[in-house]
Design a protein around this ligand. Structure first.
Ligand SMILES: [Zn+2]
Length: 258
């Protein structure tokens, strides 16, 4: 697990699995944690790592309902998880799905986990909307297309945008069940002015990006969607996002359109 301060009031922790990010944002002495790392030892260390930098989250947020972003309560079992209304609906419609997906990933990676994941009482949040943090407000923006649900979280006073599974420098666009190219495109269009106004963009997987790097990825991702929509069997995949999962994701995307 790596921790990087992208601002005195924003710290990004990156999991060793899938480079999944968790971002803590602070206003005064209040903090929120968005998304989560994966491995049990990362989750166990998280309160200490954040605490050493003076971040003590009083609430958790998840950008969307995929299990890898929902593990915050394994680090902070007493905190509630705030999610977009769409995410709350999705999670209620498929009870136990996140837990099953977590168990499957754990089994695949031989990971032992002492505690089962309990999501507790989810706090559904209206998106678009605003959420008070100290004397400031986080902006919640719809971000669907990767899945049926999703929100991007902007801390306008810091210029930090946490966008969920978009604009990744390590993963190509992924259209999962429930997602769609049209919704993905709408999200990219919605994100563009937010990215243009931001100092730092934190994707769900990968590295915190500066504005220009994020805008370049946004353009590449649009081109990838164009190629996917044309039904190209092997669309030119955005360069440098080089993991072997790229072809797998690409094949899944084509199937999803099928
Ligand atoms: Zn993800």
């Amino acid at each position: 697990m790596r921790a990087v301060s992208v601002d005195p009031d924003a710290i990004v922790v990156t999991s060793l699995l899938w480079r999944t990010t968790a971002t803590a944002i602070r206003a005064g002495d209040e903090a929120m944690l968005i998304d989560s790392p994966y491995f049990p030892d990362e989750l166990e260390l998280l309160p200490t790592v954040l605490g050493q930098s003076g971040f003590e989250p009083s609430a958790l947020l998840a950008t969307h309902g995929d299990f890898d972003h929902l593990l915050g309560r394994l680090a902070f079992p007493e905190l509630a998880v705030g999610v977009a209304q769409e995410t709350a609906m999705r999670l209620r419609a498929e009870p136990g799905a996140a837990q099953r997906a977590l168990r499957a990933a754990d089994a695949e990676h031989y990971v032992d986990r002492l505690r089962p994941l309990s999501l507790g009482e989810l706090q559904p949040l209206p998106v678009p909307g605003r959420l008070g943090l100290g004397e400031h407000e986080l902006e919640l923006h719809p971000a669907e297309g990767h899945t049926a649900d999703g929100m991007g979280v902007l801390a306008p006073w810091l210029g930090v945008l946490v966008c969920g599974d978009y604009l990744s420098d390590v993963e190509i666009p992924m259209i999962s069940p429930g997602g769609s190219i049209a919704a993905y495109r709408a999200t990219l269009a919605r994100l563009e002015p937010l990215v243009a106004s931001a100092q730092t963009v934190v994707p769900g997987h990968g590295s915190p990006l500066d504005r220009d790097a994020a805008l370049a990825l946004l353009e590449q991702d649009g081109e990838y969607l164009d190629a996917l929509e044309r039904g190209e069997e092997r669309p030119a995949l955005p360069v440098e996002r080089g993991s072997s999962r790229k072809r797998v994701i690409d094949a899944e995307n084509l199937k999803e359109l099928g």
